[in-house]
Each structure stands twice: as structure tokens, then as C-alpha cells.
Design a protein around this ligand. Structure first.
Ligand SMILES: Cc1cc2nc3c(=O)[nH]c(=O)nc-3n(C[C@H](O)[C@H](O)[C@H](O)COP(=O)(O)OP(=O)(O)OC[C@H]3O[C@@H](n4cnc5c(N)ncnc54)[C@H](O)[C@@H]3O)c2cc1C
Length: 463
């Protein structure tokens, strides 16, 4: 008698659900993805129009692990992959309405007008600041104030976390939002000493150290990755699938969902929830009794507005010779920052034109992300105009508004993380993957999805 392959149903067809599906299919699983929208990719989606390229969410992936590189190669995407231009190592920070380069060396740090002398001395004394011994969980801003001072918090860390998390350092937990930074103090007693000592150690297997990791995208934009994984999945992806209820019956998960007004049921031994963390609160999963998933609504997802603007290059005075510009909160502007997309990757705009992506809102100014499209455009054009010396109107405009953008690993996030671990331990065959688990970047979500696939295989004794 032929043996039935083990089965898995995955709720959510973003990059995490797709990666887990792909890895499990390779191991012989029969996989079905239930996606509530009409496309794959979730936050990873690209709009192409008359030679302009606009991303809905991520613009770059950091190749922090050789498993990510191998995945791209396995999918046959090496020719399609584009690494960012070397100019992307320049980052600008706004101070007094001017763009200043973020220093890249000790010498440029000492001569930079981004930080005052008091702050430079505080940073040079960082190795002598005692290690935090208290049980109390520190916010990122408390941690940075203690070790590096206010000027560094205002002009380096505050803009950095608004660029990564669209977050607020007063709410983010240093332990959960920037675990590697936190661990440097734990392991070496100092961030500077830790950086120097760690650089001499061999990186973990597969890991590519952040200073060597390269950034990439694809010629056709970010959506190429999820769409290629989806085209490699033999079994079905069910679109417009609204999951109503999941119940464990006779050792299998029975999933009831509605598709095109039709009620449907699927069964599988394994269930992966790869939807968004906040949506979890609306899911009904019953094992012997209903599982309490209400904690999903405790995860903060601030709104973010993404506005892609195209200009003729002659309209812009600034050379756009960098990755982009970030705006410290103390500068009191109305945008979080902007990416210089055409400087990063080729063919993002028609000939002689450039394209920029402006981010607004986030945890620090949520109200700006929720304004009308006209108002957001007016604000973005005005703020960018001042910073980059832009004249005239944009030749191309593309709006994407995320009312719930990125999960915030705020103070107390450890409790949320351990809830997921307990749910997986207490409910055989139930798994959770996504950017709310081990990190919000595309790289972190891919790696967590791969880890989840490995966990399922080892639980099922499959190599
Ligand atoms: C504006 C923005 C910019 C970003 N920039 C970067 C960047 O430059 N670099 C980087 O590395 N990362 C970036 N990120 C983060 C990164 O894009 C995301 O963390 C990652 O793509 C999340 O993938 P995911 O699969 O976990 O979730 P998602 O992409 O959110 O996918 C979840 C999927 O599940 C579906 N779903 C949800 N609930 C259900 C349900 N109940 N039933 C069925 N389907 C469901 C959704 O429709 C969606 O398709 C950015 C994110 C945003 C929003």
C-alpha cells in the first residue's frame, strides 16, 4: 500500500508561509496555503508602471545568512538578483534641515558635526560604563542613554529605528528589538569592546556578519521572490480563502474556510499560522478547547504610509549619492525618511529620471500615515523639497498605505514570544511563523520559516 505523504496547511501566503511551504514540499509534504487576499507576497509586492518601479513594503533584503543566498540560487533567480550599488553604504541623517553623512570610521566620527564633543567623549568612554545588572527590562532609549548618551540617541538610534521598525526607541525593548546589541553588553560588558572582540571570532555556521552582508533586490522588484516560490509549489494555493474555524479532530486539524461564498473544509496533520500577528486575535482555533489567541491584539502595529515619487533628475539639486536619508524626531519634520531607490538599483525609473520612496507615520507620528492621499503627497513633496532642493511637481506618484505595518517588539515582548513557544509545545502539530517571532526583516522571517519547517520535519521524524 502506498504511504500517504504527511500533510500541512499554511494560513498566510506572505514570504514566511511560502518559504515554509517550499521547504516542506521539498521534504515530501503535501502542502496547501490558504491566503485571504488574491495574491501572494503579503508586504512583499511591487508596482510596475511605464518604466517606474514602486515597492509596497521592503526595498532590500540583507543577505545575513548563506541559506538566503542558497534559496535564491535554488529558485534559479541568480540572474534576476541585483546587489545594491556601493554608494548605498553612505547614509544621510538630517541635522538643522541639512543632510549630514553618518560617519563610517573613527576619524570621520571625530570630525563629524552630527554629534557634539560631549557626546563623542561619552561614546569613547562607553567601554567603561558598567554592565546593566538590574532585572528591570530596559527600553532601547534607556539602554542608549545609559551607554552612549542623548546626542547619540537623538541623531543615530532614533532615526535608525524609525528606518527599520518605524518604531519609537522609548517603547521598543532593547532585548527583543535589537537582541545582538543587547547581547554585546551581556557577553562583553561593552558594545565597543564586544564589536572588536566579536569581529575576531568566526561567525556561526551559515551566518554572514552584518558588516559583510550585502543588500539585494531583483530586477523586477521584491515581488519576484514570493511569486517564484509560489510558482514552484506543486500543490495548491487557495486565494480569497477566509478561514472561519480550525478544530483538532481525530489527530488532524480540520480547517473550515469560505471561498467565493462557498464553505470548504480541508484536513492536515500539521497547521502553520503564517498570517500577521494582529490578525491572530480574530482566529478561532480549537484543540480540546478554544485556544486563547487574544494576545495577538497586544502586538502594536503602527500605520506607515509609503509614497513613491519620481522626478526628472534635473529637478533635484542633491546628488542622491547614498542609500537614503533618515530624520531624527528632534528635527520636527513630518516624514520619517526617504530611500534613494535609483541610486541603489538600476532601472527603477525611466531614462534621466530618479525615484525616491518616502515613509511617513510609524509609532512616532501615526497620524501622518492616516491622512488623506492629497495631504500626504503635499507633506512629502514639501519636506523632500526642502531637504533635497527639489523644484516642481513629481512626474510619478504611487501611494501605499499600511494601516498596520510592522510588529513592534516593545517592552514586555518576551511574554508574547513565550506564549507562542507554549502554544507550539501544548498543541501537537500547531506552529507559528512570521515577522512577529524572531525578527521583522525579510531575512529574519525567511530564516524563521525555514526553522519552523525543520521543527516539523524533526517532530515527524522526516529528514
Ligand atoms: C512598509 C514596509 C517596509 C519594509 N521594509 C523592509 C525592508 O526594506 N527590508 C526588510 O528586510 N524588511 C522590510 N519590511 C518588513 C518585511 O517586509 C516583513 O516583515 C515581511 O515581509 C513579513 O512577511 P510575513 O510573511 O511574515 O508577513 P506578511 O507579508 O504580512 O504576510 C502575511 C500574509 O498572510 C495573509 N493572512 C493574514 N491573516 C490571514 C488569515 N487569517 N487567513 C489567510 N491569510 C492571512 C496576508 O494576506 C498576507 O499575505 C518592511 C515592511 C513594511 C510594511
Amino acid at each position: 500500500m502506498p504511504v500517504e505523504p504527511p500533510s500541512v496547511i499554511i494560513i498566510g501566503g506572505g514570504i514566511s508561509g511560502l518559504t515554509a511551504a517550499y521547504k516542506l514540499q521539498q521534504a515530501g509534504y503535501s502542502v496547501t496555503i490558504l491566503e485571504r487576499s488574491e495574491r501572494v507576497g503579503g508586504a512583499m509586492y511591487t508596482h510596475l508602471e511605464d518604466g517606474w518601479l514602486a515597492e509596497f513594503g521592503p526595498n532590500t533584503i540583507l543577505e545575513t545568512n548563506s541559506k538566503i543566498k542558497s534559496l535564491v540560487t535554488e529558485l534559479g533567480l541568480d540572474e534576476e538578483k541585483v546587489y545594491s550599488n556601493s554608494v548605498s553604504s553612505n547614509r544621510f541623517i538630517v541635522k538643522n534641515a541639512k543632510l549630514l553623512s553618518l560617519p563610517k570610521s573613527l576619524l570621520s566620527f571625530l570630525s563629524s558635526s552630527l554629534f557634539n564633543w560631549k557626546s563623542k567623549l561619552k561614546i569613547l568612554r562607553e567601554p567603561f560604563v558598567p554592565k546593566w545588572q538590574n532585572q528591570y527590562e530596559e527600553s532601547l532609549s534607556e539602554f542608549v542613554l545609559r551607554r552612549l548618551g542623548k546626542n547619540f540617541l537623538d541623531y543615530a538610534v532614533n532615526p535608525f529605528v524609525s528606518g527599520v521598525y518605524a518604531g519609537d526607541p522609548e517603547k521598543l525593548s532593547v532585548k527583543h528589538a535589537l537582541p545582538k546589541l543587547y547581547q554585546l553588553e551581556q557577553d562583553y560588558g561593552s558594545l565597543i569592546k564586544g564589536q572588536v572582540k566579536k569581529a575576531k571570532l568566526a561567525a556561526n555556521e551559515d551566518e554572514i556578519p552584518k558588516n559583510k552582508a550585502r543588500m539585494f533586490s531583483f530586477k523586477g522588484g521584491m515581488k519576484v521572490l514570493p511569486e517564484t516560490i509560489a510558482s514552484n509549489l506543486k500543490n495548491s494555493i487557495e486565494f480569497d480563502a477566509k478561514v472561519e474555524q480550525v478544530q483538532k479532530m481525530n489527530g488532524e486539524w480540520e480547517i473550515k474556510f469560505v471561498q467565493n461564498d462557498e464553505s470548504k473544509t480541508l484536513k492536515a496533520e500539521n497547521l502553520i499560522y503564517a498570517g500577521t500577528g494582529h490578525q491572530l486575535a480574530n482566529c478561532k482555533i480549537i484543540n480540546t478547547e478554544e485556544i486563547d489567541l487574544s494576545f495577538g491584539s497586544e502586538i502594536e502595529y503602527p500605520p506607515v504610509s509609503v509614497l513613491t515619487l519620481g522626478y526628472h533628475q534635473d529637478q533635484i539639486q542633491h546628488a542622491l549619492n547614498g542609500f537614503g536619508v533618515l530624520i531624527p524626531q528632534v528635527e520636527n519634520l513630518q516624514i520619517l525618511g526617504a530611500l534613494f531607490n535609483s541610486s541603489l538599483f538600476p532601472e527603477r525609473a525611466p531614462k534621466s529620471h530618479v525615484v525616491l520612496t518616502v515613509f511617513m507615520g510609524g509609532a512616532r507620528q501615526p497620524e501622518f500615515a492616516l491622512m488623506s492621499e492629497d495631504k500626504r503627497l503635499e507633506i512629502a513633496v514639501k519636506n523632500l523639497g526642502i531637504l533635497l532642493g527639489i523644484s516642481g511637481s513629481p512626474a510619478f506618484v504611487f501611494h501605499k498605505q499600511w494601516t498596520k505595518a510592522i510588529p513592534q517588539f516593545n517592552m514586555g515582548y518576551g511574554k508574547i514570544k513565550s506564549k507562542f513557544q507554549h502554544l507550539e509545545k501544548d498543541n501537537i502539530g500547531l506552529y507559528f511563523t512570521g515577522n512577529y517571532r524572531d525578527g521583522i526583516s525579510v531575512a529574519d522571517t525567511i530564516l524563521h520559516a525555514m526553522k519552523t519547517a525543520e521543527l516539523i520535519k524533526s517532530t515527524n521524524n522526516i529528514n
